[in-house]
Design a protein around this ligand. Structure first.
Ligand SMILES: C[S@@+](CC[C@H](N)C(=O)[O-])C[C@H]1O[C@@H](n2cnc3c(N)ncnc32)[C@H](O)[C@@H]1O
Length: 359
């Protein structure tokens, strides 16, 4: 047999090396962007004219030496403009539009917090590469906080004008008064938004995280919502029949230990003519089809370091973030949802919305 050895392509190697250098800088900037968000530096600078590092540090209530080093990364990374003569720094409004809390739902700094969050479990994930298994949710500090901030942007802000209109007659029925469930609700912000928009309907949120549910309860009490209930419960053991008119899962199926059982439980819990809306990741089940997906490397990384891992930690299926549309449709059919429809929304390039009817 003749082995064909391809010649080493110098320009291909050079292009790849340049790409790697770009990744080195982008990775570093992701960490610094997360810090800019958490410290409030972007918010402070979004309100300021050009200012010195001391003025910026004072405005944010931070240590000047650290702020100056952070500014160095932000200036050389193209986030912030620097005037060497006046030694001042300026966050242009075109950049603030994607970096400040005021910019919600377009604050991309929120999602960049996921990079340090995932990196914090690298050592434990290395063990999993050797021995298999996974990490429990408790291994991820700040997971529910970051998740709630993230879905405040993609879900909460789009409910009224984007997500709920996907459901035929959904808004009319919510106005008249129906029973609604959010399974894997996390800190429950989406459900609280709906509870305040539709006082005639009743809302139930279920999550197995005591911490997330405690937070959801105290926030809903503070908001004076009386048509909402949050329960700590394992979705795989959820067993109610013909109880809800509308069920949501927001980004909460692919990381289940037993997503098959959860989908069956959802089908059982829906009333006749009830609707299930599943928001889950927009991707193919086949990696070859995901090459041109803009955020595929990010999503496979989230999967490997979190979503697949938390499922495997519980002896689960480990579907992972990128379980994909083909498998999603198959599992929906297996659970009894025949003829699920795929919907997409412009504001949410990472997710599909599967509209499923009980009958
Ligand atoms: C990716 S988060 C999404 C949270 C929320 N829906 C949102 O969009 O912010 C997945 C949620 O599912 C919850 N979860 C995972 N497995 C569960 C199970 N077996 N029973 C109940 N909740 C579960 C997690 O605690 C987490 O809050």
């Amino acid at each position: 047999m003749v082995q064909v050895v391809e010649a080493f392509n110098e320009s291909k190697a050079e292009a790849f090396a340049q790409n790697l250098l770009g990744i080195l800088n982008s990775g570093a900037l992701a960490l610094m962007t997360s810090i800019g968000h958490r410290t409030g530096l972007f918010d402070a600078m979004g309100q300021m004219q050009a200012a010195t590092s001391q003025e910026i540090a004072d405005a944010a209530g931070l240590n000047e030496r650290y702020v100056r080093e952070w500014l160095g990364a932000m200036v050389t990374g193209g986030f912030i403009e620097h005037n060497a003569l006046t030694q001042t720094y300026f966050l242009p409004p075109e950049h603030a539009a994607f970096l400040t809390r005021e910019a919600t739902p377009n604050n991309i700094a929120v999602s960049l917090q996921l990079i340090p969050l995932l990196a914090s479990v690298e050592d434990e994930i290395l063990d999993c590469f050797e021995k298999g298994g996974g990490l429990p949710y408790s291994a991820y500090d700040r997971f529910h906080q970051v998740m709630a901030e993230d879905s405040a942007q993609t879900v909460v802000s789009a409910l009224k004008d984007g997500i709920l209109p996907l459901i035929p007659d959904g808004i009319d029925r919510l106005n008249r008064g129906i029973d609604v469930l959010d399974l894997g609700c996390g800190r429950g912000r989406a459900l609280m938004e709906m509870a305040s928009l539709f006082p005639n309907s009743n809302f139930t949120g279920i999550d197995f995280s005591k911490e997330a549910i405690a937070d959801a309860r105290s926030e809903s009490t503070a908001r004076g919502l009386t048509n909402i209930e949050f329960r700590v419960e394992d979705a795989a053991k959820f067993n109610e029949c013909d109880r809800y008119d509308l069920i949501f899962t927001f980004d909460a199926i692919h990381d289940q230990a037993h997503p098959d059982l959860v989908l069956q439980a959802i089908h059982r819990a829906l009333r006749k003519d009830g609707t299930y809306l599943m928001q889950d990741i927009r991707a193919s089940s086949n990696v070859a089809n995901n090459i041109d997906l803009p955020v595929a490397p990010f999503l496979y990384t989230v999967s490997c370091l979190h979503c697949m891992s938390v499922s495997l930690a519980m002896g689960g299926m480990g579907l992972g973030t990128m379980w994909g549309e083909e498998l999603a449709f198959k599992m929906l059919r297996d659970a009894g949802f025949i003829g699920a429809e795929l919907k997409q929304l412009d504001h949410d390039i990472m997710n599909n919305y599967y509209l499923c009817r009980k009958n």
